[in-house]
Write a protein that binds this ligand. Structure first.
Ligand code: C2E
Ligand code: MG
Ligand code: MG
Ligand code: MG
Length: 276
């Protein structure tokens, strides 16, 4: 009897795997098409300073698939990294974002900054800095208006390679932010060695910073670490006024989250800026 059951379970297991594999394959080819046809879009979420003024936007990719509906980047970014589409996807987002930021400058917002997420795998690409430079030139955007958000994973990969690429980007005048800080494994020693400008406190700490479960202590430690390394601090995922009050008191420079605004299409940015 046990053997029978075992066999049944095995069959069930392989069937599940097949379903998953098929769906993944379908998702993969749909994503490939979407990227080729430039059917992805980009939305923009404001970053606000302590005086409540928008000082920049983060570009976030969106995929509305005819077949799968709206697919979260949390799902398709890792897929793009695995199947070699991440380069194309990133250039699409980077170009859109830089053209938008150039348009905002021309419309009377010369200091607005645009932040673009860069996957760790792109740091192994030879010419990242040259490619970023080419996009900036094409868009007519000064490097000082661009921020690249990287994750701690990159810092722990090929350190020499990453240092070289970051050095080139810094020399061009592009700012570097470490995203989701506190969730990865980067050592403090590395953090000091890399030419980083901004540290983004992960949403999970922001969520707890006003709750009294040690969340405040951790957030305070991260902010003070960042400031002692001369980094600016951005708090991500701010949803409550009480969180904002704590983060403000700790001296965070910038804030981002649903409390201020959700990510919005480019067409809504002008109205958002005019309304503040
Ligand atoms: P991230 O870079 O940390 O981006 C912040 C995410 O948190 C975004 O989710 C944003 O919509 C969400 N968020 C912002 N404020 C709040 C808030 O107050 N509460 C909550 N609950 N969430 C908030 P999104 O757009 O789904 O992106 C998820 C992740 O996917 C990003 O995390 C980033 O790692 C990745 N991603 C998005 N766009 C790109 C892209 O163009 N390239 C790459 N490489 N990764 C991207
Ligand atoms: Mg980000
Ligand atoms: Mg983040
Ligand atoms: Mg995050």
């Amino acid at each position: 009897h046990a053997k029978k059951l075992g066999k049944g379970q095995f069959q069930f297991y392989t069937e599940t795997l097949n379903v998953e594999a098929r769906e993944r394959l379908a998702l993969d080819s749909a994503l490939r098409r979407a990227i080729e046809e430039e059917a992805l879009s980009v939305v923009y979420q404001p970053k606000v300073n302590a005086r409540g003024r928008a000082c920049g936007f983060e570009a976030l990719v969106r995929w509305e698939s005819a077949e799968f509906g709206s697919v979260s980047p949390v799902r398709f970014i890792p897929l793009a990294e695995e199947n070699g589409l991440i380069g194309q996807l990133t250039w699409f987002v980077l170009r859109q974002a830089c053209h938008q930021a150039a348009a905002w400058r021309a419309a009377g917002h010369p200091d607005l900054r645009i932040a673009v997420n860069i996957s760790p795998s792109l740091f192994r690409e030879k010419d990242l800095a040259a490619l970023v430079g080419a996009v900036l030139e094409e868009a007519g955007l000064p490097a000082a208006n661009l921020e690249l958000e990287i994750t701690e994973g990159m810092l722990m990969g090929d350190v020499q390679r990453s240092l070289a690429v970051l050095g080139e980007l810094k020399a061009m005048g592009v700012d570097i932010a470490v995203d989701d800080f506190g969730t990865g494994y980067s050592s403090l020693a590395y953090l000091k060695r890399f030419p980083i400008d901004i540290l983004k406190v992960d949403r999970s700490f922001v969520l707890e910073c006003d709750s009294g479960n040690g969340g405040l202590a951790i957030t305070r430690a991260i902010v003070s670490l960042a400031h002692s390394l001369n980094l600016r601090v951005v708090a991500e995922g701010v949803e409550q006024q009480t969180q904002l009050a704590v983060l403000n008191a700790l001296g965070c420079e910038e804030f981002q989250g649903y409390y201020f605004a959700r990510p919005m299409p480019a067409g809504q940015v002008a109205a958002y800026l005019a309304g503040r």
